[in-house]
Ligand binder design. Structure first.
Ligand SMILES: *Cc1c(COP(=O)(O)O)cnc(C)c1O
Length: 241
């Protein structure tokens, strides 16, 4: 067992703090907290920590690497939580991803969409929910489609039998001052609204996956429905991601 990992009580307290602060942000924005789902981002943390998180009430876990998630999920069991893939998905990991995840936040190419659809067919998975990752800052180092590429990918997913487009995700540039990130969150919401108007999503509105430990308050004010929070729950990561 990892002695430096947060214990049950500590995790439970941090989780309660994050939930309170999500509620406060929602209230400020005149939103209902039930619209906002907390995804605990457990990447780099040992399986034992995930087990504890589940014990204190976490139901949604986010991982960014398929292989790491595979190891943890095989120890904990596929049904112990809802599993979210939040990192870039390589083509050669797509088959495992179809077996492991409830929601893929990082769909970012036409070829990956077609591959996932084909793999669902092979695995007899009726439906796989996906979000399109949009790169709003044009950062070459980041994955995600540009706004210009978005319509084509939406159309491709619409033609895939097994993929369900449920919303959009973004990972804006890391800026110490979260206020500076607000325009990216706002833009993602506008794109989501335009797509919702054209009935691109299964649900009427469409999810907005945005906001991390340092900027989720702003993301919630701008309409986030899925916040991806690691450090504020689990503490600092020892491995850089
Ligand atoms: C690591 C990660 C997070 C969580 O980041 P924290 O700052 O630890 O809350 C959220 N989203 C993505 C895509 C990540 O890779």
């Amino acid at each position: 067992m990892d002695e430096t990992a947060p214990g049950l009580e500590e995790l439970s307290q941090r989780l309660a703090e994050v939930r309170r602060s999500i509620e406060a942000s929602a209230r400020r924005a005149g939103r209902d907290t039930s619209e906002i789902k907390l995804i605990a981002v457990s990447k780099t943390h040992p399986t034992e920590t995930l087990r504890r998180a589940i014990e204190v009430g976490v139901t949604e876990l986010g991982e960014n690497r398929v292989q790491e998630a595979d190891e943890k999920i095989s120890e904990l069991g596929r049904g112990t939580a809802r599993w979210h893939l939040i990192g870039h998905l390589q083509a050669n990991k797509a088959r495992r991803a179809v077996a492991l995840f409830d929601l893929i936040h990082s769909l970012d190419s036409v070829s990956l969409a077609r591959r996932l659809d084909r793999l669902c067919e092979e695995a007899e998975r009726e439906a796989l929910s996906v979000l399109i990752q949009v790169d709003l800052a044009g950062e070459a180092t980041k994955s995600g489609v540009s706004e210009q590429e978005l319509p084509k990918l939406v159309e491709t997913i619409g033609a895939c039998r097994h993929l369900r487009l449920t919303g959009l995700m973004t990972l804006p540039p890391f800026l110490e001052d979260a206020e500076l990130v607000r325009p990216y969150f706002r833009r993602l919401r506008e794109l989501r609204d335009e797509l919702a108007e054209r009935e691109a999503f299964g649900a009427p509105l469409g999810e907005l996956s945005m906001g991390m430990s340092h900027d989720y308050a702003v993301a919630i004010e701008e309409g986030a429905t899925l916040v991806r929070i690691g450090t504020a729950i689990f503490g600092e990561r020892r491995r850089a991601q």
